[in-house]
Structures are given as structure tokens and as C-alpha cells.
Design a protein around this ligand. Structure first.
Ligand code: K7E
Ligand code: CUA
Ligand code: CA
Length: 662
């Protein structure tokens, strides 16, 4: 192992001293399996340094055989109580990012059933995403009409709010790969806008305002905040490629309605997750690389990194006052949020609160009072009081670190925290493969010196290595303390093996009682990251569209026709089970075709597909929808066009001919 990594690990062991940790919590019951914990403690060094994590994973199987079969024996399961029998519906939706698959998924909770996969940054031939002209217009195209980017990497999904809770209007998600923000309209559960962020790399964290609509006192319209994880040369046009001291990251604000980029803030260090306050005045991001390191050892060299708070009102005032600059070709105003330019709290745009060490994640409690950022390389969670951050900006709190009101030791590799709305926090422990339940008030009392305070209330094993954890309605003021979902990064022995890559596992936990109880595992196609769990009654979708919402609709059967302008051929067509509106389309080789298809069926779920043999054309039209495709008729012959989506007893007969004359 390189010396630098050994040094970094040694620092970790000092902070995460296991015997201190045991004494501090002084509660064997909540510590779980002793031998396993010792094992995790001694392997933590290797684990953190890299490949050792897999070693820890493989080895803990032996020690933990008893708990892998059906969950943690000391906790029991409550699977039966939460069964969703045939004919019954789930009580919650889970909207989940899909990682480097580039899509967003919808699960039913508590069943864990996959309800929908929403293509966003990927291509999807079931719906024709990346194939239809309408989806290409959203994805963005090159001069030749091809889709600009065909892949993406979604990490976080968050819904739009009205006054602190979901309003079922939009979801937003990030693309870490090609630095785009996407919006999904929730009535149709389809992506309707994608915007590329200028001058950023590693766009990772995302979170919208929690208040909507306008609050006159702070000139309020809904924004979505985006954090970029990787610093880069600015502008990135070939300059400074070998000089990391010149690289920096930008924190970006996007308008929720127009999806235009409104402003950016230059910062020191990097951004990771993003969270927003319930008062609409603060956005926060955690930073693991305050060192601005370009290699691993450098990124782990500082004892503390930071949780950064953005004063939205001041940033927007600075932009209005013209105290901004631009970077490269971008016209987006950028303000200076660096440490050196923000020394005076009374005028500062940004507050950097020191947090140990390479923190992962920042989440706000449902009462809006506390931001929690987990240590990752420190066995602690840091609790920062919203009120004290406001006071820091008012010059009434001396040091940034004075905004910290608790820092309980909770376990190894803490990452993300969910809340039950009853004062308890639930944090994923990546290295311990556990969820720890801890009480925020007890942690604050302990931090103040109360030796009797015991923040840690319960632990449950999860299988294995959890990343995100989130609770039902937990990111709203309506957090209801019913479910916690652990998004596990490794499933190993939980499902039938399917070749080298295992399916991932999500584990649903009942958090309504004192003790957490595992409900079940459900699979997740790699790789899920974050999700939100939304009460089913909040979500309002439309099953049948309005034809008038599609400007290019072919509204009557009389409008079925083929028009020609030079070598451009426009085909206008309807579908109604079990017929297409035309028996054939006849063109000449070399013609460019645009086929517009409107589905006249009004029956819920009566979708038709449109596929052309050997022409790679494949999309669907849901009831009352219109979609179009444009392609070149470059092969002569007769090709069957057929309905791809089973729609009718005569579905197989629903076909027509595409004739291309040589
Ligand atoms: Cu939300 Cu993995 Cu992108 Cu934590 S990050 S796990
Ligand atoms: Cu129309 Cu199958
Ligand atoms: Ca660091």
C-alpha cells in the first residue's frame, strides 16, 4: 500500500478508535455482533484504502451467517404485516435514481415492485425515447439529427414542493456524466426538459427549493440547486490542464419552470450532496475535497472538510447589483463564493462549516432545525443548527464551527441520514453494513456535556454496504416515521447469482416502533442511488392524455395522408385498435420520411406500438398521444410496419406496408 494511504488510514483509526467508541455508547445491546464489529474495526484501514472493502464484504459472511438468511434475529421481521396481496395497491411511491443506467425508476412501497422505468439520459426502445423527434428535442441533437449524448448517470431524484411538502408536479434528477439536469412531469411521469450546466464536471447533488410559490419578502421563485463534484480548468478549453491550483467548482442554480441556468457560485473545494432549508433561504452542500486534491491521498489529507451554506438572498442581491463575472462562452452570471472573498460574515455569500472527515451526504431534519452531514472517514455525524447558520451570517456567531450542536459517534462509514419526524435520525453505515437509529436531542445533550445522554438507540444489520437511506415522506415536513429504505451497494448472497454482476438490493425497514424491523429485500437493477418515498395519495397522474396537448396531433381520420415536398415525405397517421389509418406508405429510396402518429384510442392503457422491419424504428403512442419519427428510406423493398404493443385480439393483424421503390 502506498505510504500516503497508510498515513491517511492511521489518521482515520485515531478518530475512529473502536474502544473509545464502545465505551462512549456503553451499550452492548445496540452494538450488535461483537466479533463482527471487531472484524470491521481491524479491516477498516484496508477497507478505506481501496480494494479492501470487498475483502471485508466477503469475510463478514462467515461471522454473520445467522443474520443473512432472514434478517437480524434480534429484531425479527414484520414482512407479513406489510404484504400487499393481489388486487391491493401500495401505499407509497418510491422515485429512485438508477445510476449509470441513466434512468429514473418508480417502485411501489412497501411491496418493492417495479412500477415504471422512466428513460431520461438513456435510450429506451420500449417507449421510443431517443428515437422519436419529441424525445430527441428534449435530449438535444447534433447537426445531423443524432442524439447529442446517449448515456448519463443519475444519482439523486427530488420532487417539487409547496410549503415544505410534495406537490406532485415535478421531479428533478442529475446527470453526473454529461452534467445535465432533467425534469420529469409527474402527471405523465415523463421527462419534459433537460438543461446542460455550463463549466461544471461531476454534477452530483441536486435539491429544489422547499417553498413555492412566491414569497414576496425574499423575491422568491422556485429554484433547483446543483452541486458539482469535480474541479476543472475554467473555462475548460485546453488551458491549465496540468495546474490543479487553477481549477475550481461551481455551485449552480436552475429555474424550476424555465429550466434555464440562473446563476453560479465559485467555491473552494467541491460539492457533493445538496440540501435546502425549509425557510427557502439556505442551500447546503457537503465537501469531501476541501484539499482540492487531484489524487486520493491528497483528498484524505485534511482532518476536517466542510459543509457549505449558501445565502441565497445575498447571492441573488449580488447578481442584481452586477457583482458577477462570466466564464468562457457561458452568459450565466457567476459570483465569488471563495473563502478569501467571504471573510466578513455580515456580507458573506457562503459559510464553510468544518466537518470531519471526507463527509458524505447532507440531509435536513423535517422540522427544519438541523442539517446532518456524515463523517464517512470519521465514525460521527455532525449536526449543524439552521438557526446558528443564520446567526453566523448575521455576525452573531463567532466561528463557523460554532454552528455545530452535536457530533455523535454512530458507527463506521456513515453516509446518508433519514428522519422519522419524531426526533430520530437513521444513518447508513457503509463499513458496518448497518443502519443506526439515533436521537438528535440526545446527541445535542451529549455534545453539551451530559454524560448520561445516549444518542444511539438501535442498530440493524443490512445486506450489505448501504449507501443511501431514506424514510417515508422524510424529506418533507410530513415525515411519518413508517418506512426506511436502505439502498445497499452489494447483495452478494441475497439473491440467485446471475453471472459476475449481482443485482443490487434495497431493504425496507419498519421504523414505526422502538426497534427497527426488516420487512424484505427487493431487487434493484444496478445501480440505484437515492430515492424519495412519497405517500400514494399525494401523487396525481393522468392515464389518458389530451390530444390538444400535442401540437402535431392528427386529429381526425380524414387527415390520414402522405405529403411530399421534394425528397421530404410527411406521413400523417392515426391508430385505433386494431387499425393504422393507412394501409401502406410508398416512397422512393433516398427520401427523408417524417411519420407522425396519433393514437385515437381513449381507453386507459390502450397503447399502440409502431415498428418498421429492418429500419430500426420503434416507439409507442399512449391513448390520445402523438409522436413522430424522422429517418431516411435508404433500403429498397417492402417492409412490414406492425404494432409492437399488445393492444387487441387482432393486435397481430394490426400492420401495414412500407414500400421503398428503388
Ligand atoms: Cu448520493 Cu452514491 Cu451519488 Cu451517497 S451518493 S451513496
Ligand atoms: Cu395496436 Cu397492438
Ligand atoms: Ca478531504
Amino acid at each position: 500500500m502506498p505510504q500516503a494511504l497508510l498515513d491517511a488510514s492511521a489518521i482515520y483509526i485515531e478518530e475512529g478508535n473502536m474502544s473509545d467508541y464502545d465505551n462512549e455508547t456503553n451499550n452492548k445491546e445496540v452494538l450488535g455482533n461483537e466479533s463482527r464489529r471487531k472484524f470491521m474495526g481491524t479491516t477498516a484501514v484496508a477497507t478505506l484504502a481501496g480494494a479492501g472493502m470487498v475483502m471485508g464484504l466477503a469475510s463478514c459472511k462467515k461471522d454473520d451467517q445467522t443474520t443473512t438468511a432472514s434478517g437480524d434475529s434480534s429484531h425479527g421481521t414484520s414482512a407479513g404485516e406489510h404484504e400487499v396481496p393481489p388486487g391491493k395497491l401500495d401505499s407509497y411511491y418510491s422515485f429512485s435514481s438508477a445510476g449509470h443506467n441513466g434512468e429514473v425508476r418508480i417502485y411501489g412501497i412497501p411491496s418493492g415492485r417495479v412500477l415504471k422505468r422512466i428513460p431520461v439520459f438513456n435510450m429506451d426502445c420500449m417507449v421510443g425515447w431517443g428515437i422519436t423527434n419529441e424525445s430527441k428535442a428534449i435530449l438535444g441533437t447534433n447537426a445531423d439529427g443524432s442524439v447529442k449524448y446517449t448515456t448519463g448517470d443519475t444519482h439523486h431524484v427530488h420532487g417539487s414542493y409547496t410549503d415544505g411538502t410534495y406537490n406532485s408536479k415535478y421531479l428533478w434528477t442529475n446527470d453526473k456524466l454529461n452534467n445535465r439536469i432533467a425534469r420529469i412531469r409527474m402527471d405523465r411521469m415523463e421527462c419534459d426538459a433537460i438543461t446542460e450546466l455550463p463549466n461544471v464536471q461531476g454534477f452530483h447533488g441536486i435539491f429544489p427549493d422547499k417553498r413555492d410559490p412566491v414569497d414576496a419578502s425574499i423575491n422568491y421563485t422556485t429554484r433547483v440547486f446543483c452541486g458539482s463534484e469535480f474541479a476543472s480548468p475554467q473555462p475548460n478549453d485546453g488551458r491549465d490542464t496540468s495546474d490543479p491550483t487553477k481549477w475550481y467548482s461551481l455551485f449552480t442554480c436552475v429555474d424550476a419552470e424555465s429550466m434555464q441556468v440562473r446563476w453560479q457560485v465559485r467555491i473552494n473545494g467541491n460539492c457533493d450532496l445538496v440540501a435546502t432549508s425549509y425557510d427557502g433561504k439556505l442551500a447546503a452542500t457537503n465537501q469531501y475535497n476541501t484539499e482540492n486534491g487531484a489524487v486520493l491521498a491528497d483528498m484524505m489529507s485534511a482532518e476536517r472538510d466542510a459543509c457549505v451554506f449558501f445565502n441565497i438572498e445575498r447571492i441573488e442581491a449580488a447578481i442584481t447589483a452586477g457583482k458577477s463575472f462570466t466564464v468562457g462562452d457561458s452568459k450565466v452570471p457567476v459570483v465569488d463564493g471563495t473563502i478569501d472573498s467571504n471573510k466578513d460574515p455580515k456580507t458573506a455569500l457562503v459559510c464553510y462549516v468544518p466537518v470531519p472527515k471526507n463527509p458524505h451526504g447532507v440531509n435536513i431534519s423535517p422540522d427544519g432545525k438541523y442539517f446532518v452531514s456524515s463523517g464517512k472517514l470519521s465514525p460521527t455525524a455532525t449536526v449543524i443548527a439552521t438557526e446558528l447558520v443564520h446567526k453566523w451570517f448575521a455576525g452573531e456567531v463567532k466561528a463557523e464551527r460554532d454552528t455545530v450542536v452535536a457530533e455523535p459517534e454512530i458507527g463506521l462509514g456513515p453516509l446518508h441520514t433519514g428522519f422519522d419526524g419524531k426526533g430520530n435520525a437513521f444513518t447508513t453505515l457503509f463499513l458496518d453494513s448497518q443502519i443506526v437509529k439515533w436521537n438528535v436531542d440526545a446527541a445535542i445533550a451529549q455534545f453539551k456535556g451530559d454524560k448520561t445522554a445516549k444518542p444511539v438507540l438501535d442498530r440493524i444489520d443490512v445486506h450489505y454496504q448501504p449507501g443511501h437511506g431514506y424514510t417515508s415522506m422524510g424529506e418533507t415536513k410530513e415525515a411519518d416515521g413508517k418506512f426506511f429504505n436502505s439502498g445497499n451497494k452489494f447483495s452478494k448472497d441475497r439473491f440467485l447469482p446471475v453471472g459476475p454482476l449481482h443485482v443490487e438490493t434495497e431493504q425496507l425497514i419498519d421504523i414505526s416502533g422502538d426497534k427497527m424491523r426488516l420487512i424484505h429485500d427487493h431487487t434493484a437493477y444496478p445501480e440505484p442511488h437515492d430515492a424519495i418515498i412519497v405517500r400514494a395519495d399525494v401523487v396525481k397522474t393522468r392515464q389518458v392524455s389530451d390530444m390538444n396537448d400535442f401540437p402535431n396531433a392528427v386529429k381526425t381520420f380524414e387527415e390520414n395522408r402522405i405529403e411530399r415536398k421534394g425528397n421530404k415525405v410527411m406521413v400523417y397517421m392515426t391508430s385505433q385498435a386494431p387499425n393504422f389509418g393507412l394501409p401502406e406508405i410508398k416512397v422512393r429510396r433516398g427520401d427523408e420520411l417524417t411519420i407522425t402518429l396519433t393514437n385515437h384510442d381513449k381507453v386507459e392503457d390502450l397503447t399502440h406500438g409502431f415498428g418498421i422491419e429492418n429500419y430500426d424504428v420503434n416507439f409507442i403512442v399512449n391513448p390520445q398521444e402523438t409522436h413522430s419519427v424522422t429517418f431516411k428510406a435508404d433500403k429498397a423493398g417492402m417492409f412490414w410496419i406492425y404494432c409492437t404493443h399488445f393492444c387487441h385480439a387482432l393486435h397481430l393483424e394490426m400492420r401495414m406496408r412500407f414500400i421503398v421503390e428503388a
